[in-house]
Design a protein around this ligand. Sequence first.
Ligand SMILES: [Zn+2]
Length: 178
Amino acid sequence: MRRIRQNCPFEKLHPSVLVRDDAFYMALAYNQAIEAWREDEVPIGAVIECRGDVVAAAHNGVDSLRDPTAHAEILAITQASAYLGDWRLNACTLYVTKEPCPMCAGATVMARLGRVVFAWGDPKMGCLGGAAAMHELPRLNHRVEVFSGVLEAECRSLLQAYFAMKRGKDGASAWVDA
Ligand SMILES: [Zn+2]
């Protein structure tokens, strides 16, 4: 099955490298989400920052990898652990364009991530405070700090536009596999 490269109507962001704040890293995650769209994947992106360095950047790859666990966060956690040579990511922050699902929220706890920042909440499947709060299980001895709302409008618009295209008549033809 050959996958057709998709045109994404959204432009990548170009944040200043001089200000390395949450919005900077989330912009990189957003750019990963655009890459996902171009590869015919649901546009969700993630990056992991450690002491000012980007140690992982990934996007959703469920369809192309034919792997239901190939969510952006899981791929990024694997990359960061390999890069740092340590599965404990206490010193790291994960930035992701949407609230993590049950699997990914669980992985953030298992990886002992220091912080997770997500753009917008998912009341249906989000498990860092949306539908459930995996990081607040009462007997956990590791606490992940969770923040949300960074580049919320941009990340939400991207994902909603993608699903609208997928549902729409114009978009339907773009979804025929070659
Ligand atoms: Zn997930």
